[in-house]
Design a protein around this ligand. Structure first.
Ligand code: HEM
Length: 558
C-alpha cells in the first residue's frame, strides 16, 4: 500500500515540478519526468518506511508503553527468535512469567509490526467474549488458512459466523456425539491391535510406537468415518505401513494422494515447505516453480477434488433414494450425510452452499486432526514418564465394560482430570490470531484499528500466578480442588472461549477418552524410547519423533 501511495504522490509531484517556474527548480526541470518521479518516490518511500519501522513503534504508537521483550532485532523484532525457539510457545511463556501482572504483552515482528498478547484473564474475556466480533482474523492469517481450509467457520465473522454455528450446532451436540460411540470404540480397538502387531514384530514382549504418526493416522480414520462417512483404515492391523500409503481400503477415492499425505504437507512440511507457508501469508508465492509448492498445490487440489466429489455424490445418493421412497435415515449418520439430509428437507442446514459446505469439511478435517493426535501423543509421553499416574488411571479404567459408552466414560473423574492436565501442560493449540476491526479499549489499553493479537492458551494454562509453584508439575488431582482464578472459564483456554470456542470440544474429549481408556487397560507404557523435538514453527504442539515403548498387560484380550 505504501508503495502504491508513494508512487502516485511522486508522479503527481514530478508533473507539478515540470510546470513550476524555471528560476525555482532549474535543476529538476532539466531531468525527465520519470527520473524526477523515481527520485521522489525513493526518497518518500524511505521516509515513510523509516517512520513505520523505526519511529512509529518507538516514539508514536499508543502501545509503546505496553511491556514486552526488549532484545529486538532492529528490523524484525522477535520474528526470528520465535522461529528458532525450542517450541512454538516457549517465548510467550517466558514473557508471561516476566510480566505476570500486565493485561497485555507487546512484541514486535516483521518490519517491527506490533503484536499484542492478551496476558491476564480480563484481557482474554474481553477479546474472546465481550468484544469478540471487534477482533477478527487478520488478513495474513486468512490467506494462510484459506489455502488449506477454504471458507468455513474459522474464516467467518459476525452474522455469517452466527448463522453457520447455528447450522452446525446439531451435528456437534451431545445427542449426536453419543451416536459416534461405535466408531470411537472400534478405532480404539484397532489401535490396540496395531500395538499388538508392533510387539509381535519385535521380540514378542515389548514394542515401540511412533506416537505422532500412529495417532495422526488413527485420528484421520475417525474423522473419515465420523465426518465424511468413509472407511479410510490407515491404522488397520494386518496391514504394513506400505499397504497403508496406497490407501488400498478406499479404492473409490481419487488416486494420486492420500488424506494422510495431504495433511502431512501442511502439518509436517520440510524446511522449504515451512518457509513458503509463512511467506505466503505475507505475499503470494505459490506460483514459484519449487518442489515444495508443487507438492502443496497437488495435495490441496486432491483434497478439494475428493471432498467436492463426496458432497455431490452424497446429495445424489440421498435425493435419488428419497425420490424412490427408499431412503432410510441412519441413526449413526456422519456429518456429511447429516448436512445433506437437513439441507434437502429444509432443516437446520438449509441455505448452506457448496463452497461453505466444502469449507466446513476442510476445516473440521484440519482443525480436529493434528490437535487430537498430539493430545494422544502427549498423553502417552506423560504416562510413560509417570508410572504412578499410569497405575492410578489404569485402576479407574479397569472398571469399565468392554465397549464403554459416553455416560460410562463421563463418570470417570481421574480420566477427566488426566485429560485436562494434558491440555494444561501441552495445549495442542499453540497460538491463534486476531486483528482489531476498529479502535478499541481493553483493560485501559488503547488498541488502534489493525493491531494484531496473538492468543496463546499456555499464557493462562501455565501461569504461576494462577497455578502456584506446582505450575509445571504433572498433577491430575489438582483439578479436584480448584480455587480462585483456577475456576475461571478463561483459565482453561485449550479450546478457546466465547462464540468462537472450538465446536469440536465434546467430540475431541469423547474420542480421546475412549482411546485412552482402551490403551491404558491393555498396555503398560514403559518408557520414552529416544529423545525427540517439538516441531517449530507449528500450529500445534507436535512432539515429532516421540517413540514410546510398551508391553501388553496380562489377562486382557482385544
Ligand atoms: C484436542 C483437540 C482440539 C483442540 C485443542 C482444539 C482447539 C481449538 C481452538 C483453540 C480453537 C479456537 C481457534 C480460534 O479461535 O482461532 C478451535 C476452533 C475450532 N475447532 Fe477445535 N480443537 C480440537 C479439536 C477439534 C475437532 C475434533 C474439531 C472438529 C471435528 C474441531 C473443529 C474446530 C473448528 C471448526 C473451529 C472454529 C470454530 C469457530 O471459529 O467458530 N476442533 N479449536
Amino acid at each position: 500500500m505504501d508503495f502504491v501511495i508513494c508512487a502516485g504522490v511522486a508522479f503527481a509531484e514530478s508533473l507539478l515540478l515540470k510546470r513550476a517556474p524555471a528560476s525555482l527548480f532549474g535543476e529538476v526541470r532539466g531531468s525527465t519526468t520519470s527520473q524526477t518521479a523515481l527520485t521522489l518516490f525513493f526518497l518518500q518511500y524511505l521516509v515513510v518506511k523509516y517512520y513505520r519501522i523505526v519511529a512509529y513503534p518507538k516514539y508514536v504508537s499508543p502501545l509503546r508503553h505496553v511491556p514486552g521483550p526488549t532484545d529486538n532485532h532492529p528490523l524484525i523484532g522477535q520474528a526470528l527468535n520465535l522461529i528458532i525457539a525450542k517450541t512454538p510457545t516457549e517465548l510467550y511463556i517466558k514473557w508471561m512469567r516476566q510480566y505476570p501482572d500486565a493485561p497485555f504483552i507487546r512484541y514486535l515482528t516483521w518490519a517491527n509490526t506490533e503484536v499484542l498478547v492478551p496476558n491476564n484473564l480480563n484481557a482474554h474475556r474481553e477479546v474472546l467474549q465481550t468484544q469478540c466480533y471487534s477482533f477478527t482474523k487478520p488478513n495474513w492469517f486468512l490467506r494462510l488458512v484459506k489455502e488449506v481450509a477454504g471458507h468455513g467457520l474459522i474464516l467467518m465473522e459476525g452474522d455469517e459466523h452466527r448463522a453457520h454455528r447455528r447450522m452446525l450446532a446439531g451435528p456437534f451436540s451431545l445427542k449426536n456425539i453419543r451416536k459416534l460411540e461405535p466408531i470411537f470404540q472400534e478405532k480404539a480397538k484397532d489401535i490396540c491391535r496395531y500395538f499388538d502387531q508392533s510387539i509381535a514384530e519385535g521380540d514378542g514382549k515389548r514394542g515401540a510406537i511412533d506416537c505422532t504418526t500412529t495417532f495422526s493416522k488413527a485420528i484421520l480414520d475417525i474423522m473419515g468415518s465420523a465426518i465424511l462417512g468413509l472407511d479410510l483404515n490407515y491404522v488397520k492391523p494386518g496391514e504394513t505401513s506400505d499397504d497403508v500409503s496406497t490407501q488400498a481400503n478406499n479404492s473409490n477415492l481419487k488416486p494420486g494422494c492420500t488424506f494422510h499425505e495431504a495433511y502431512d504437507v501442511f502439518f509436517a512440511p520440510d524446511t522449504m515447505g515451512k518457509i513458503l507457508l509463512v511467506v505466503n501469508g505475507i505475499m503470494p508465492v505459490r506460483w514459484l516453480p519449487l518442489q515444495a509448492n508443487r507438492e502443496f498445490l497437488h495435495a490441496m487440489g486432491w483434497l478439494n477434488d475428493v471432498l467436492r466429489t463426496l458432497i455431490r455424490d452424497r446429495y445424489k445418493q440421498v435425493s435419488e433414494s428419497k425420490a424412490k421412497n427408499e431412503y432410510e435415515s441412519k441413526d449413526s449418520r456422519d456429518l456429511v450425510t447429516f448436512i445433506v439430509e437437513e439441507n434437502l428437507t429444509g432443516g437446520v442446514t438449509e441455505g448452506m452452499g457448496e463452497e461453505e459446505f466444502l469449507g466446513h469439511l476442510l476445516e473440521f478435517m484440519a482443525a480436529g486432526h493434528d490437535t487430537s493426535a498430539n493430545m494422544l501423543s502427549w498423553s502417552l509421553y506423560v504416562l510413560a514418564t509417570n508410572q504412578d499416574i499410569q497405575e492410578k488411571l489404569r485402576n479407574e479404567v479397569k472398571t469399565l465394560p468392554d465397549s464403554p459408552s459416553y455416560t460410562e466414560l463421563d463418570k470417570l473423574s481421574y480420566l477427566e482430570n488426566f485429560c485436562k492436565e494434558i491440555l494444561r501442560l501441552y495445549s495442542p493449540s499453540t497460538t491463534y490470531q486476531r486483528g482489531a476491526e476498529h479502535d478499541v479499549v481493553v483493560e485501559g489499553v488503547h488498541i488502534p484499528k489493525g493491531t494484531l493479537l496473538d492468543l496463546c492458551p499456555s499464557v493462562t494454562l501455565l501461569n504461576p500466578l494462577i497455578w502456584g509453584e506446582s505450575v509445571d508439575e504433572v498433577d491430575p488431582d489438582r483439578w479436584d480442588s480448584l480455587e480462585g482464578d483456577q475456576t475461571s472459564l478463561y483459565t482453561f483456554s485449550a479450546f478457546s472461549n466465547g462464540p468462537k470456542i472450538c465446536i469440536g470440544k465434546l467430540f475431541a474429549m469423547f474420542e480421546i477418552k475412549t482411546i485412552l481408556a482402551e490403551m491404558v487397560r491393555n498396555f503398560k507404557f514403559v518408557e520414552v524410547a529416544k529423545p525427540f523435538a517439538i516441531e517449530n514453527p507449528g500450529f500445534t504442539l507436535r512432539p515429532a519423533g516421540l517413540e514410546v515403548r510398551l508391553e501388553r498387560l496380562k489377562g486382557r484380550d482385544v
